[in-house]
Design a protein around this ligand. Structure first.
Ligand SMILES: [Zn+2]
Ligand SMILES: [Zn+2]
Length: 302
């Protein structure tokens, strides 16, 4: 029956995010808990990319993975999980022994690593999870499957595809780009020296290639270990300043930049100052880029 009035205005369709990215550990190099790091967190790198109906894709296993594990066991069912490591430095792997689903669940956890190291990932992970480093774990690790990432070619994992790009970092490390059917969603570059320079054309072409691989990514999570004044003393250490990360995000035309891998000595006030400076840098450059500093618990819809 008509009420005689004008038809109700069409409601805009709610925009459903393609994915959610959650931050469980944001600190670089070594965990730094305490009153000075309460706001941005002291746990080392771990983030998840979540799409509806699938288990979260876990990137890195720093100490932040402990909080993720507790959350998963409390809120979700036993299900197979995938963990992708960017590389094998201690701040990205030491949380694995404390990942609750390994003890509480029966499903498998498949571990990949995007570094180009020739040494076996299988023996590295087994050693990481063995006495005397970890005395209580025997029998538990049967649930871990360490998988070869054949030729580091794009890897399809359910609705997501992980693309391995090369980072500039001691040893070898990956920048991981996670795509869905609509294209790139998030680029995760926790350890990456953007201004690495050895006078060779190879480095120049690396930087050009990375910019093109990440071009147009909506969300860029990037190493911001240093401020510019600290760079000269740390060339070759494999990390970037927040200003460099901001310039790179502008070059990539990302929509949001999350400054990540905070220096362990940086207190909350110092991280805030770095974000303010990055925002001023964006304003001077003109284009709109949202800049945040990662904190534990931050969840972003993409
Ligand atoms: Zn690191
Ligand atoms: Zn590293």
């Amino acid at each position: 029956m008509s009420t005689g009035g004008p038809p109700p205005a069409a409601r805009p369709e709610p925009i459903r995010p393609r994915a959610r990215v959650r931050f469980w550990g944001t600190r670089g190099t070594v965990s730094s808990p305490g009153p000075r790091t309460v706001r941005y967190g002291g746990n080392t790198p771990c983030i998840t990319v979540e799409v509806d109906g699938e288990a979260p894709l876990i990137l890195d296993a720093g100490t932040g993975i402990r909080g993720l594990g507790a959350h998963l066991v409390e809120t979700t069912r036993d299900e197979p999980l995938t963990l992708m490591l960017t590389h094998r430095h201690s701040d990205h792997v030491l949380g694995l022994a404390h990942f609750a689903p390994m003890f509480a669940w029966r499903s498998s956890i498949t571990v990949y690593c995007g570094d180009g190291e020739a040494t076996s990932l299988e023996s590295f992970v087994r050693q990481l999870l063995s006495p005397p480093l970890v005395p209580y774990i025997e029998g538990v690790t049967t649930r871990l499957t360490v998988a070869e990432w054949a030729n580091l070619a794009p890897l399809a994992l359910g609705a997501l595809t992980v693309v391995r790009c090369r980072a500039q970092h001691p040893g070898d490390a990956a920048v991981l780009r996670v795509d869905d059917a609509g294209g790139p969603l998030v680029a995760y570059a926790p350890d990456n020296e953007l201004a690495y320079h050895d006078e060779s054309a190879r480095v120049e072409s690396w930087r050009r290639e990375l910019t093109s691989q990440l071009h147009g990514v909506p969300l860029l999570v990037h190493d911001a270990t240093y401020v510019d004044e600290e760079l000269a003393a740390h060339r070759g250490w494999g990390h970037s300043s927040a200003a460099e990360a901001t310039r790179f995000a502008l070059e990539c035309e990302a929509r949001t930049l999350v400054l990540f891998h905070h220096h362990p000595d940086r207190d909350d006030a110092a991280v805030e100052r770095i974000v303010d400076q990055a925002r001023e840098q964006v304003q001077r450059a003109g284009p709109s880029l949202r800049v945040l500093a990662a904190w534990e618990g931050l969840t972003l819809a993409v």
